[in-house]
Design a protein around this ligand. Sequence first.
Ligand code: COA
Length: 169
Amino acid sequence: MPTEFQIRRARLSDAEPIFALIHLNRDQLVPRPMGNIVENIDRFSVAVVGSDIVGCAAFQIHPEIGQPEAATVELQSVAVRSPYRRRGIGKALVEAVAESVRPFRPREMLVLTFAPEFFTSLGFNEIPKTKVMHKLYTGCINCAKHADPFTCPEIAMIRHFEGNPRTAG
Ligand SMILES: CC(C)(COP(=O)(O)OP(=O)(O)OC[C@H]1O[C@@H](n2cnc3c(N)ncnc32)[C@H](O)[C@@H]1OP(=O)(O)O)[C@@H](O)C(=O)NCCC(=O)NCCS
């Protein structure tokens, strides 16, 4: 049965359910303390069913990947509560984040993910992790899941914004 959901920018009052959602998916997502979610709340979009937060997604701009004037935007913390999956909510969240950053005219969106089928269905393509070395050495090196970013099974993927055909790195 189709689920009626709404995608909107996050509010400060959403920080706690966002924290819970990320924590529930801690095997796939980088953990985020409450303080980090609150100070980055303007970078989050959420999916709402009734009064419940059932999904979230965020972005971070990386001036060091690509060129600063058309920097790469990383998608982060993309999660949908399991009973609500495969109903188009994840896709709607990713597209909402893409629309929210499009006015900045970034070159591409990057994601590091254990869910490549999902991102392939949204037009993302795998790239070698060596293209995003900076991200690996600032983000991944502090990850507690894998000692070596290059043996971690997470996959780097990008999707270009139209009119900006260059790749990351
Ligand atoms: C990945 C995730 C966000 C997808 O959310 P979702 O709401 O189920 O995604 P959608 O319903 O929008 O899926 C869109 C398309 O992606 C593909 N897809 C999604 N989940 C998939 C899966 N588990 N296996 C294969 N393809 C998948 C399908 O093509 C799907 O279209 P379809 O249902 O018409 O076949 C969700 O499974 C999740 O929260 N996973 C745990 C956290 C995670 O891994 N996040 C990504 C890390 S960045």
